[in-house]
Design a protein around this ligand. Structure first.
Ligand code: SAM
Ligand code: SF4
Length: 346
C-alpha cells in the first residue's frame, strides 16, 4: 500500500496543508499526482439525467428539488433506447464513463429500478464505465447494480456534517454515510465528494475531506463541485467562489486522497481555461463534458465536447480509455488476493 495513503488526517494537518502558499501547495499536489497518475490523461464523463426534477428533497442548491421554482420541467424515467443513443454519441466524443442521474430521494424496488438496472447492463455492454446517482440505496440494490456491471455509485457528502444540516433538512448526514457503506459492501467503486460555495467555511471544506479520507479505501472518485447558482433556490445569491479557492480545494483533495480520481465538476464552465489548467496540474484528472452544454439540467452549465477536446489538445492531454483501472470486480479480486487490508484502488 502506498505510504502516502492516510485515513487519519487531523483538522490541523489539513489546515496546514490547505493554507500553504498556493504555488507550493500546487507543486506538492502535482508531485503526488504524478506519482500515481498519468498527468497527461483526463477521465471524461457524461451525465445523463434519466429522471429529471420533482425531487422531494430540499437540497438548497439543487435545480431539481420540487421545493423551489427553478423552471426545470419534471421528466419521467427516460427510455433505454434514448439513454443508449446519448451514450453512443458520448463514446464517440471520447467519454469513458456515463453517469445516470435520477432525481430520487432513494431507490425503490420495482419496474423503474428494473429499467435502470437494464440501462446499466446495456451501456456497460457498449464498453463504457457506468455510474449511477439515484439517491439513497440499500446493499441489496447495490448488489443488483453490481451484477449488471455498474462501475461506480455517486453519493456526495457535500460538506461537513455540521454544515450539511443547514443546506438539507429532508435527510441526514448519517443517511448519506449509510448509503456509502452499503455501496462499500460490493465491488462497485465509490464516487463521493461535495460542493464549495454553499456558504460553508474552509473548516467545513476540510472536515468534508476528513470524512471522505476516513472511508476505506478512499472513494475511487471524488467530485469537487463549485456551486452553480440556480435562480429560485435558497443559494441563488451566494457569493462567488474565488478561483484560487477552487485550486486550493483541488490540490488539497489530491494530496489527501492520492489514488482517487479528483473530478473538477459543476462550476467548471465558469472557470477560465488557465484556472482549469492549474487545477489539472494540481491533480484534477476527471471532468464532466456534454453535447448539450449543460450537466444534468439546463440550470447547470457544462463545457461542450468540442470545447473540452480543444482544451485538452491545447494542454497536450488525452482522454483516458474506459476500464483503464480494470473493472471493479477484477480489482477487488486482485486486492483480496494481495492480502492488502485496504483494497486500494491503484
Ligand atoms: N439525487 C442524487 C443525490 O442527491 O445524491 C444526485 C444528485 S446530483 C447529480 C449529484 C450531486 O451534484 C449533488 O450531490 C451535488 O453535490 C451536485 N450538485 C447538484 N446541484 C448542484 C449545483 N447547483 N451546483 C453544484 N453542485 C451541484
Ligand atoms: Fe434531489 Fe439529489 Fe437534487 Fe437533492 S441533489 S434535491 S436529492 S436531485
Amino acid at each position: 500500500m502506498s505510504d502516502d495513503i492516510r485515513h487519519d488526517w487531523s483538522l490541523a494537518d489539513l489546515q496546514a496543508l490547505h493554507d500553504l502558499p498556493l504555488l507550493d501547495l500546487v507543486f506538492r499536489a502535482a508531485t503526488v499526482h504524478r506519482k500515481h497518475h498519468n498527468p497527461r490523461e483526463m477521465q471524461v464523463s457524461k451525465l445523463i439525467s434519466i429522471k429529471t426534477g420533482a425531487c422531494p428533497e430540499d437540497c438548497s442548491y439543487c435545480a431539481q428539488s420540487s421545493r423551489y421554482s427553478t423552471g426545470v420541467a419534471p421528466e419521467k424515467l427516460m427510455d433505454k433506447a434514448r439513454v443508449v443513443e446519448i451514450a453512443s454519441r458520448a463514446k464517440d466524443a471520447g467519454v469513458s464513463r456515463v453517469c445516470l442521474g435520477a432525481a430520487w430521494r432513494s431507490v425503490r424496488d420495482g419496474e423503474q429500478f428494473d429499467r435502470v438496472v437494464d440501462m446499466v447492463r446495456s451501456v456497460t455492454d457498449m464498453g463504457l464505465e457506468v455510474c449511477c446517482t439515484l439517491g439513497m440505496l440499500s446493499t441489496d440494490q447495490a448488489r443488483r447494480l453490481e451484477q449488471a456491471g455498474l462501475y461506480a455509485y455517486n453519493h456526495n457528502v457535500d460538506s461537513s456534517a455540521e454544515f450539511y444540516e443547514t443546506i438539507i433538512t429532508t435527510r441526514t448526514y448519517a443517511d448519506r454515510l449509510q448509503t456509502i457503506d452499503n455501496v462499500r459492501q460490493t465491488s462497485v467503486t465509490l464516487c463521493s465528494g461535495g460542493i464549495i460555495g454553499l456558504g460553508e467555511t474552509v473548516v467545513d471544506r476540510l472536515k468534508m475531506l476528513q470524512t471522505l479520507s476516513a472511508i476505506r479505501p478512499h472513494p475511487e472518485s471524488v467530485p469537487i463541485n463549485v456551486l452553480s447558482k440556480v435562480e429560485g433556490t435558497p443559494l441563488a445569491n451566494n457569493a462567488d467562489v474565488p478561483s484560487w479557492d477552487v485550486v486550493r480545494m483541488i490540490a488539497t483533495t489530491r494530496i489527501v486522497m492520492p489514488l482517487s480520481d479528483v473530478r473538477l465538476t459543476a462550476g467548471r464552465a465558469h472557470l477560465a481555461p488557465g484556472i482549469q489548467a492549474l487545477c489539472f496540474l494540481a491533480g484534477a484528472n476527471s471532468i464532466f463534458s456534454s453535447e448539450t452544454e449543460f450537466m444534468l439540467t439546463k440550470a447547470v452549465p457544462s463545457p461542450s465536447y468540442d470545447a473540452d477536446q480543444a482544451l485538452l489538445v491545447a494542454l497536450g492531454m488525452t482522454f483516458r480509455e474506459p476500464f483503464k483501472m480494470g473493472h471493479p470486480t477484477e480489482r477487488a479480486a486482485a486486492c483480496a488476493s494481495s492480502g492488502c487490508q485496504d483494497s486500494c484502488t491503484a
